[in-house]
Design a protein around this ligand. Structure first.
Ligand SMILES: [Zn+2]
Length: 228
């Protein structure tokens, strides 16, 4: 894997899976096996999001930073006085819910967000919220529980399993750890620094200034992958 693939600038190492999604070949094969096993247990697994490019992540980031998209606070409530936030506060707040462009695990082709359309009410619009995926009361509770019990045997785990003070818990975000842990070890702060210097990302100056904090609090600070 080359640097441009790690930071989402290229995806020629990925292959198509289901409709409109891309994963590495190994992740795709593992995912399809897991999907089949779940199906036999009566659980539908569909992909909400898989590979996402640097440019796409940059659009998401800039919309939030500029206030065009709503940003949520720590309690997942929409922030109404966004304009009063300092650049550093904006960055740390956005990072709770969205990755820094170049550092999203969705760039790698090893990570994906999943859901079960068959468990959703008609005309329901998927939100990807902790309530939906709550293992007891969420609409996707059967999916959450099935994944917790079985995903490890297919090579998947949740990098955002618990709240470690960085990214909010994401029960829907799965990572194929045999490949992802290797890619994670290849990404470096200097790679990100070089990349973000040359890209139109809002708040770039503060992002670069705060990169050590971002690196430690949001990129390294994730749930541990199981042993291989
Ligand atoms: Zn995700």
């Amino acid at each position: 894997m080359i640097n441009e693939q790690i930071v989402g600038l290229r995806y020629d190492h990925l292959c198509p899976v289901l409709t409109g999604h891309f994963l590495t070949e190994k992740t795709r094969n593992a995912f399809l096996s897991m999907r089949e096993a779940a199906f036999e247990d009566g659980i539908e697994i569909q992909i909400a999001s898989s590979f996402r490019s640097f440019d796409r992540q940059c659009v998401i980031w800039n919309r939030k930073f500029s206030g065009q998209s709503v940003v949520l606070d720590k309690q997942a409530c929409p922030i109404v006085d966004w304009d009063t936030y300092s650049d550093k506060e904006k960055i740390v707040t956005i990072l709770r819910w969205s990755a820094l462009p170049g550092a999203s695990r969705h760039h790698w082709g090893t990570d994906l967000d999943v859901f079960s359309p068959s468990l959703m009410p008609e005309d329901y619009h998927l939100q990807l919220t902790p309530e939906e995926y709550d293992h007891e009361n969420g609409m996707f509770a059967p999916l959450t529980r099935w994944l917790s019990e079985h995903m490890h045997q297919f090579g998947f785990y949740r990098p955002y399993q618990e709240d470690l003070g960085g990214t909010a818990p994401e029960a829907w975000h799965l990572s194929y750890f045999p490949e992802a842990r290797e890619i994670a070890s290849m990404l470096t702060p200097s790679m990100l620094f070089e990349l973000l210097q040359s890209k139109p990302i809002d708040g770039a100056e503060t992002v670069l200034d705060q990169l050590p904090l971002i690196w430690n609090q949001f990129i390294l600070n994730i749930s541990e992958a199981p042993e291989l």
